[in-house]
Design a protein around this ligand. Structure first.
Ligand code: FE2
Length: 323
């Protein structure tokens, strides 16, 4: 996806303004925009097909630009929106950005300012495409992983859902929760490199087999390392099998040396594993699993996180089917 592939919609009741925008974009090698005369028509287009960038006037008959911003984003939250207006007050700009517009430009604008706004919208739109593509890749990898190890069916998504709730309760901010969510979803992705016979083995693992299993956090980290937006999640993935007392792997970190994200994943991962059927044993009851988390507090698990998990268990499991 590049600039030439972007789909641009322009809404302005002034024919001269529409022509000007089309001419500027044409001259600068942008794709030719589709133009409409008011907000209602723009919204109809947005409901019917995908657009990357909407350039809209603020003051239009029938539906104003600010109303269009709100309704257009309800229809398609990924839309990047540049608002142009003759009323370029700061209050107006702040209000529009709050409503979700990507950028705001006061008329009369010079061509460079308009193009700078379009560049910002382009950067956002291309970023959204990239993230969507990554998400599809991640989903494909997870399907591959979970079909390889039948005991992992749905495990990654459940661990993610529980980790987000436990993360909120532990006081993580929005950015940290996003990284935690990705780390929790992908923590076991490295198992894709472990042979099925080992993953699905019914009996106890030999020492050699266990050594292979122990490589999966590093393999998970290696898989996500080249993806820039997953970088903040790397440590959560790499250290999800570290133990509070330093007996875990891969690095034998202990206590608060272990990234908080990884300490949270460790608890919910263990809980989900215990309450699911595995090749080597049947599922434990919820109560037994909680009991084991408590027993592992201070040795395997961060005591504070283990306690928060137990205290808020119902909220964390809300909507989760526990066998
Ligand atoms: Fe794991």
């Amino acid at each position: 996806m590049s600039k030439e592939d972007l789909r641009i919609l322009v809404a302005d009741d002034d024919a001269g303004a529409r022509e000007l925008i089309s001419a500027i974009l044409d001259a600068e090698g942008w794709p030719s925009p589709t133009t409409v005369e008011d907000g209602e028509e723009a919204l109809r287009h947005i409901g019917q097909e995908h657009w990357d960038i909407l350039v809209t006037d603020l003051d239009m008959p029938r539906m104003r630009g600010d109303e269009l911003v709100v309704q257009a984003l309800e229809e398609d939250p990924d839309l990047s929106i540049v608002v142009t207006t003759g009323d370029g007050t700061v209050g107006n700009a702040v209000d529009l950005i709050k409503k979700g517009a990507t950028d705001f430009i006061a008329k009369p604008y010079d061509v460079d300012d308009f193009l700078a706004s379009m560049e910002r919208a382009k950067t956002r739109a291309l970023g959204i495409h990239e993230v969507k593509g990554m998400r599809q890749t991640v989903e494909a990898l997870l399907v591959a992983l979970e079909s390889k190890d039948r005991y992992l069916n749905g495990h990654s998504a459940r661990v993610r859902d529980m980790a987000i709730k436990l993360g909120e309760i532990s006081g993580l901010d929005r950015g940290q929760l996003r990284s935690l969510s990705h780390a929790a979803l992908l923590h076991d992705i490295g198992k894709i490199g472990v042979h099925e016979d080992i993953l699905n083995k019914a009996g106890a693992l030999t020492d050699d087999e266990y050594e292979i299993i122990k490589k999966h956090p590093q393999m998970s980290a290696d898989i996500i390392a080249p993806v820039p937006f997953l970088n903040p999640s790397l440590k959560g993935v790499l250290h999800h099998h570290e133990n509070w007392d330093g007996t875990g792997y891969p690095e034998g970190l202990s206590g608060e040396q272990i990234p908080l994200m990884a300490r949270i994943i460790a608890v919910v991962d263990a809980f989900d594993a215990m309450t699911s059927d595995r090749s080597y044993r049947g599922a434990l009851s919820e109560a037994d699993a909680v009991e084991r988390i408590r027993a592992g507090s201070g040795s395997q698990f961060d005591p504070r996180i283990a306690q928060l998990f137990e205290q808020h268990k119902n909220e964390i499991l809300e909507g989760e089917e526990v066998i």
